[in-house]
Design a protein around this ligand. Structure first.
Ligand code: B12
Ligand code: SF4
Length: 499
């Protein structure tokens, strides 16, 4: 069957700091290709809409799959689905990905016939049976699939994540994937899932708090196939199990692979096993993203982060000692007033690290979606990108955005200070010499993207599709929030790794 897979365009944040390959979609493509289907992929983060139009006309797909990891992309995906249905009436259209798994029924209804099915959960085990059923009948009975007839059997989960390999070769415009100065940059997955349960996050609810590891050989083999000199590790929390991080490092050393890496982890994981990160720093680990979330104990408790402010600061020290540059994230609460923004600005200026802000956003799949008592001020999917305020702000909304952007701008200036500017100029020259312009564009685009008036204006756009209202749930049994539950794996059952 001819299958066209599409990733929607990039969100606000990605206009500046990063744009990365859609690894999940590439793995779905890999699974479909392994089952004998002819697959093409269009990533609208890096390709223009015209390219998709041309592809639809020339390829005449029999099935179209759109990736929806991000809620904010839902209206765009529905519009794309409707256009393709019009152009190729017999084409079977389905959606899949992280966010849509939590609102499958609602999106199906909103699409009014433009979407035939939504796949909940992991795409690799679902795609081949789905395409087979599209041809032979019985779509409603495919595990994980939701259609107008209702939910099919529970989604299946891969037993191991070694295969299928992501179909990186199907991507066009790969040179446009980058993160900061790591330009161009590919992505890789060493582990999948997260055993923690932070209240604002849906990574753990999607995978039912399971945690799977790629075998060190498969991870190194996948790494060796990557052409780019830089690699972003997509794991939610890298190197939770130190022996796993070490085993991959040993394979990478044995094969003599040299890359520069960017990964994400937690302060307590870094503090418990700094030696693993030290080994990876020798192998090329340059950047680390630490989701600190709050600078005080009260905030950390609220998000159930299970880390203390002291541990966070120690982790920053450890990373500095290892020569790894750290980007930290802090969650901005819409309840912040000017004084709170000032205190946070002071903190951000006092530390040498790169500081990012995300706005506290309850969204489907998270615990706070069900427990947050503040009412939503909007249900426009497009504003659920953790850069907009969707619950009431204590400051007038305009002032809130002014403070937010001012805080981001102060920090941005800090990074473009004299010393950093010289460093950046060196990197810039090197990248430009290699024809890579993503990092250069990023440096000059800040004011265009981070602009309080633009953010405020986003709230005034006419809304066609709205998020469903949250149901207030007593989440005593948090398994109610899961997409995948244990016991529904392809093959043997998944084990949960203790924290
Ligand atoms: C890596 C990552 C990124 C990367 C890469 C994104 C990319 N281009 O794919 C970067 C750093 C760029 C990123 C950015 C952001 N991210 Co992000 N990101 C993740 C993370 C940690 C892992 C995703 C991943 O690659 N997993 C590995 C692959 C193999 O899995 P996967 O992508 O989920 O794909 C599987 C299934 O979802 C499904 N699937 C996926 N696509 C399709 C398509 C079809 C047709 C089918 C059938 C199935 C299917 O099958 C795949 C294989 O099993 C997730 C958390 C998580 N654990 O899921 C957050 C996550 C998806 N991100 C999140 C957010 C909020 C963001 C940002 C908005 C943050 C910001 N402040 O701006 C930006 C927006 C980026 C954009 N689109 O422009 C939220 C989503 C929230 C929401 N409900 O919308 C998540 C869930 C994190 C969280 N803590 O809650 N992100
Ligand atoms: S925020 Fe990080 S540690 Fe917490 S549940 Fe999400 S992925 Fe896991």
């Amino acid at each position: 069957m001819r299958l066209l897979l599409v990733h929607p365009s990039a969100l606000m944040y990605s206009e500046i700091f990063l744009r990365l390959e859609p690894l999940g979609l590439e793995r779905v493509a890999g699974a479909a290709r392994a089952a004998g289907h002819e697959v093409r992929v269009v990533d609208l983060q890096v390709l223009r809409l015209g390219r998709l139009r041309d592809e639809v006309r020339s390829f005449r797909p029999e099935a179209l799959g759109i990736s929806l990891n991000y809620l904010a992309n839902i209206p765009e995906a529905i519009a794309l689905a409707a256009r393709v249905k019009q152009e190729v009436p017999g084409c079977f259209v389905f959606l899949g990905g992280h966010s849509v798994s939590f609102v499958a029924e609602e999106v199906l209804e909103q699409a009014r016939g433009a979407v035939d099915a939504v796949v909940r959960g992991e795409g690799e085990p679902a795609v081949a049976p789905l395409l087979e059923a599209v041809r032979d009948g019985g779509v409603e009975g495919v595990p994980g699939v939701v259609t107008a007839a209702g939910r099919g059997p529970a989604p299946l989960m891969l037993h191991g994540i070694d295969v299928p390999l992501p179909a990186r070769d199907l991507m066009r415009g790969r040179r446009r994937y980058f993160i900061g100065e790591l330009d161009p940059c590919a992505s890789i997955e060493f582990t999948r899932g997260c055993p923690w349960d932070c209240s604002f996050c849906s990574a753990w609810t999607f995978y039912g708090r399971s945690y799977r590891k790629a075998s060190p050989e498969a991870a190194a083999e996948d790494l060796a196939r990557i052409r780019e000199p830089n690699v972003f590790v997509v794991d939610d929390v890298a190197f939770i199990r130190p022996e796993h991080g070490d085993a991959i490092a040993a394979e990478v050393e044995r094969r003599g692979i040299r890359k520069r890496y960017y990964l994400e982890t937690r302060a307590d994981v870094l503090l418990r096993h700094p030696e693993v990160f030290e080994r990876w720093a020798r192998l090329g680990l340059r950047y680390m993203f630490l989701g600190m979330e709050a600078i005080d104990a009260e905030g950390l408790d609220l998000y159930r982060k299970r880390v203390s402010p002291d541990e966070n600061l120690k982790a920053l020290d450890t990373a500095r000692r290892l020569g790894i540059k750290v980007a930290i994230n802090l969650i901005v609460d819409p309840a912040w007033d000017e004084e709170r923004f000032r205190v946070v600005r002071e903190f951000a200026l006092a530390v040498p690290e790169i500081v990012h802000f995300t706005v506290m956003t309850p969204y489907p799949g998270t615990e706070i979606w069900h427990t947050e008592s503040r009412r939503l001020t909007t249900r426009d999917y497009r504003l659920f990108d953790i850069q907009h305020a969707v619950v009431p702000t204590v400051l007038p909304l305009e002032r809130f955005y002014e403070e937010l952007v001012r805080t981001q701008a102060v920090i941005n200036r800090k990074h473009l200070g004299l010393r950093t500017a010289f460093g950046a100029a060196r990197v810039l020259t090197r990248n430009l010499l290699h024809g890579q312009t993503n990092f250069a564009r990023m440096l000059w685009k800040f004011n265009q993207v981070y602009n309080p008036r633009r953010q405020l204006a986003d709230h005034a756009r006419p809304v066609r599709y709205e998020l469903p209202l949250p149901q207030h749930l007593d989440v005593g049994d948090r398994r109610m929030l899961y997409v995948h539950t244990r016991g529904t794996t392809q093959g043997a059952p998944t084990r949960r790794t203790p924290d």
